[in-house]
Ligand binder design. Structure first.
Ligand SMILES: *[C@@H]1O[C@H](CO)[C@@H](O)[C@H](O)[C@H]1NC(C)=O
Ligand SMILES: CC(=O)N[C@H]1CO[C@H](CO)[C@@H](O)[C@@H]1O
Length: 561
């Protein structure tokens, strides 16, 4: 069966008999990007006549269904962007009249799906017609969308699927509030965020205020360099909420401190928190009372468990573990490099002092890559008799020479340290010479039929050597960790280490050029996994023409991938 990018799943089973996991996994075999879920328990598509959409009261059992939907989605179809539509739930108070005009969805649906059980196969056409008519009243759909009854496909899966616990029905109405607030980073909008947003949407009848952490609040976050820009995070929230509950007045404001607007807005009545942000909610209330405002109702939600987490990640679905999964993967496709031969494929590896760049280079070398250490080539450039040697002596004077006429790099270093112009005079001489040596090594590698070279270069970007590489890989590490590593390795004071770090380019600058990011912050096995992941991606995306893998273990790696 063909795949669709976006679909609407109309769920009709009564709440107590709905089997979410099989429905979602059948749907995931047909839809690959966005799956909208429309809830209408008890809808009968073969009852004769055209059923109409109705408003469904936001009862507690419906809410737990939504929780289960998102958490099952994270387990069985993590790649799918699942959005439970709330338009037909939570009617504006008092109104229970006709259903509003069809809602436009951000991603136009291409297929309709339903779990409605077909008892009589001859009715298949009629049920499909009914489904199209029904969906068309709720959402803007192009006429004649293909429709799929998932029931028969699910039947095949029922046998081996684990029986889900269906909670006892709870038709208790949910307490709602005109103004609801939440706060968070909302990086790479995922199931736990959607839970928080969905929940708040159901609770809010008028306005939904969202505080989104801006730069100042992110300093302490793990892999903060990989957090999406503020504007992008806000845009994703807005898009999600426009689909899920367009009637709500959504206000998004930047959070510069943990409390933000929540402690000054007099209209707020409720704040939605998770177990771990409950303390934050309590702090908000203390401050509100100090400010002479009423305390907020703390509505606590359960965070979802992530079935796919690895040992170094937290078990909860969290942005930091999603970020750590980006390590070693291709973040930005490589730029076009028609001026470079296809082989060997050259990776420019860079990173700040103490970021573990060279240890990553060694790992790549063990996997068969040719490693070019620019530091070492730098030493060659100063050797007596080379072209650079004479120019350096002319520029800096013969007092930089040892008795045997070799250049004393310590003295030279002192002459340029902290002096922008002198340093530039030196690098203008030395960098082009190093580049020539690098090109030599790459040509040799080509003659030997090597696939991959790694250019291990701290100054890759500054020296403009990106011209020589197909891709840029960057190793990052939090500043405190870098300082502690440099202090131990080079036996210098923390102040000196920090000074050295800050005189180099920043991780943020390097990341602008990074196709792949790695971090040696965790155990060696974790680093190794990232490195292997890089190599696999490399072979699959850039070296498909390679028949025989010269990287020793690449074939085995690919087999695992
Ligand atoms: C739908 O309605 C028809 C006719 O009233 C009935 O025979 C059928 O059992 C109903 N189906 C479901 C799933 O409720
Ligand atoms: C996934 C999830 O947490 N969904 C929530 C949606 O909102 C209701 C209440 O409004 C919660 O009970 C659900 O947990």
């Amino acid at each position: 069966m063909s795949m669709f990018s976006t679909g609407i799943l109309v769920l009709t089973s009564p709440l107590h008999s709905l089997r979410i996991a099989p429905v979602l996994s059948s749907a995931a075999q047909l839809v690959e990007r966005t799956l909208y879920v429309h809830l209408h328990p008890g809808l009968n598509l073969s009852g004769g006549g055209q059923p109409r959409p109705v408003f469904i009261p936001p009862a507690v059992d419906l809410c737990s269904l939504i929780t289960r939907l998102y958490s099952n989605a994270a387990d069985v179809c993590a790649h799918l962007d699942v959005r439970v539509l709330l338009t037909n739930i939570n009617p504006p108070s008092g109104i229970s009249g006709p259903f509003p005009t069809p809602q436009f969805l951000s991603h136009p649906p291409e297929v309709l799906l339903t779990d409605f059980p077909l008892q009589d196969p001859t009715q298949s056409h009629q049920v499909t017609q009914c489904l199209q008519g029904y969906a068309g009243r709720c959402y803007a759909c192009r006429p004649g969308l293909p429709s799929v009854l998932l029931h028969s496909e699910m039947a095949a899966q029922q046998e081996d699927s684990v029986v889900e616990e269906n909670q006892p029905e709870d038709g208790k109405p949910l307490e709602m509030y005109p103004d609801v607030v939440v706060g968070g980073t909302f990086d790479r909008l995922h199931g736990a965020h959607k839970t928080l947003l969905n929940m708040s949407c159901l609770l809010a009848t008028r306005r939904f205020l969202i505080g989104v952490c801006d730069q100042g609040m992110l300093k302490k976050k793990v892999l903060k360099e990989l957090i999406e820009p503020y504007d992008l995070r806000v845009e994703k929230i807005q898009e999600f909420l426009r689909d899920v509950k367009p009637s709500l007045q959504v206000e998004i404001v930047p959070l510069g401190d943990p409390l933000g607007v929540s402690v000054v807005d007099p209209l707020l009545r409720c704040i939605v928190v998770s177990e771990e942000t409950r303390k934050g909610g309590e702090a908000v209330n203390r401050k509100r009372i100090e400010n002479g405002l009423p305390a907020l109702v703390l509505h606590e939600i359960q965070l979802l468990k992530d079935a796919h987490h690895s040992e170094t990640e937290e078990e909860k679905i969290s942005s930091s573990s999603l970020r750590s999964r980006l390590l070693g993967t291709l973040l930005i496709p490589p730029k076009d490099t028609p001026h470079l031969p296809l082989r060997p494929y050259v990776i420019g590896l860079t990173g700040g002092s103490g970021s573990g760049k060279s240890s990553v280079a060694k790992r790549l070398e063990k996997l068969g890559a040719v490693c070019i250490d620019c530091d070492k080539l730098g030493h060659q450039v100063y050797e007596t008799g080379t072209a650079a040697y004479q120019r350096v002596v002319d520029e800096f004077g013969s007092d930089i020479l040892n008795e045997d006429k070799s250049i004393n790099r310590r003295i030279l270093g002192k002459k340029v340290f902290g002096k922008q112009e002198r340093l530039k005079a030196l690098t203008d001489i030395v960098w082009p010479e190093i580049a020539l040596l690098v090109k030599d090594v790459i040509s040799q590698a080509r003659e030997q039929g090597k696939d991959v070279c790694v250019l291990d270069a701290a100054v890759l970007l500054e020296a403009g050597w990106t011209d020589m590489v197909h891709e840029v890989w960057v190793t990052i590490i939090p500043e405190e960790e870098a300082v502690s590593r440099i202090t131990k390795r080079d036996n210098v004071s923390p102040e000196d280490a920090l000074h050295r770090l800050r005189s180099q380019g920043s991780d943020a600058q390097r990341l602008e050029h990074a196709n792949v990011v790695l971090s040696t912050l965790w155990e060696p096995e974790v680093t190794q996994k990232q490195v292997k992941c890089c190599i696999c991606t490399l072979y699959m995306t850039n070296l498909p023409y390679t028949n025989s893998c010269h990287l020793l273990n690449a074939e085995a790696l690919l087999a695992q991938a």
